[in-house]
Design a protein around this ligand. Structure first.
Ligand code: CP
Length: 314
């Protein structure tokens, strides 16, 4: 079967196991080389990546920039606040004008689900989805998968629980798709108001009681309440009550298996969905997730821009 040979990365929904494993293996190769002191692996030497962030970001934007630079590419930081978007220019006109300057890849984060798809229809440069509305965040799911494989090995034997604001979370959706493709048993947990009514159609089990869901899990992924997408409006009585019932804290964490790991895509709201102590505990793989983000984004940028053979440039 074929590896990842696509021009764009828009979603994990339609990625095959072979494509996902190709991305994992490429990311691991980049990580190994960086670990051996190769600070730049210039498969994208002379190329330009435009980072189009219409929403705030710390991890995703920075790691795409670092990934591009470690591949020898230059980055253009397109920030909607500093651009002609503030003067009324549309996304289509923005993209067509940027395309006219001949860059080699667009990385886009946008509040509208489908914005990266729109870009692929109106211009010819590779597009990578860095998060679109509450649709998908594919590179987050791929870096999460790499981290799970690092710590827990064979994914098909694992039980993974995603906890929190499932309804508004693009991270949950992308993780459900990739983890299911890799054969994991995936469950979601949260207040009933935060579980989409048709979520079981994605092949996941649903829980509203965190304490009954925790004991059998190998991986627990905690999510932030997506206030910017309506996640805080009348979904639960108070943040304090949310934290008591659906937060991972010193009491609830004791229900986990001794070797279960705790993940969070960030940004964390410490004291709400995850306690200070759990976030910084030995179970937490939150910072390794961030580290893997660079290698995974190197793999994606390398693949969509048809980078040179890795071995030829080191
Ligand atoms: N996980 C994630 O997307 O974080 P940022 O919003 O900081 O990019």
């Amino acid at each position: 079967m074929k590896g990842f040979e696509r021009k764009h990365l828009l979603s994990t929904e339609d990625l095959s196991k072979e494509e996902i494993m190709d991305i994992m293996n490429t990311a691991r190769r980049f990580r190994d080389l960086m670990g051996k002191g190769h600070e730049v692996i210039p498969t994208m030497h002379g190329k330009i990546v435009v980072l189009m962030f219409f929403e705030p970001s710390t991890r995703t934007r920075s790691s795409f920039e670092i990934a591009a630079k470690r591949l020898g590419a230059e980055t253009i930081d397109f920030s909607s606040i500093k651009s002609a978007t503030t003067k009324g220019e549309t996304l289509i006109d923005t993209a067509k004008n940027l395309e006219a300057m001949n860059p080699h890849a667009f990385v886009i984060r946008h509040s509208n689900s489908g914005a990266p798809y729109l870009l692929t229809k109106i211009q010819s440069i590779p597009v990578v989805n860095a998060g679109d509305g509450f649709h998908e965040h594919p590179t987050q799911a791929l870096l999460d998968l790499m981290t799970i494989m690092d710590y827990k090995g064979e994914v098909s034997k694992l039980k993974v629980l995603i906890v929190g604001d499932i309804a508004h979370s693009r991270v949950a959706r992308s993780n459900i798709y990739s983890l299911k493709t890799m054969g994991a048993t995936v469950s979601v947990c949260g207040p009933a108001t935060m579980l989409p009514p048709d979520i079981q159609k994605l092949g996941v089990r649903t829980y509203t009681d965190l304490k009954s869901a925790l004991p059998e899990q190998d991986v627990v992924m905690m999510l932030r309440i997506q206030a910017e997408r309506g996640g805080i409006n009348n979904q639960f009585p108070t943040v304090r009550e949310y934290s008591r019932h659906w937060g991972l804290n010193n009491n609830s964490v004791k229900l986990l298996k001794h070797d279960a790991i705790v993940m969070h895509p960030g940004p964390m709201n410490r004291g709400v969905e995850i306690s200070q102590a759990v976030a910084d505990s030995e179970r937490s793989v939150i910072l390794p997730q961030v580290t893997n983000g660079v290698a995974v984004r190197m793999a994606i940028l390398h693949k969509v821009t048809n980078g040179k053979n890795i071995e030829e440039v080191i």
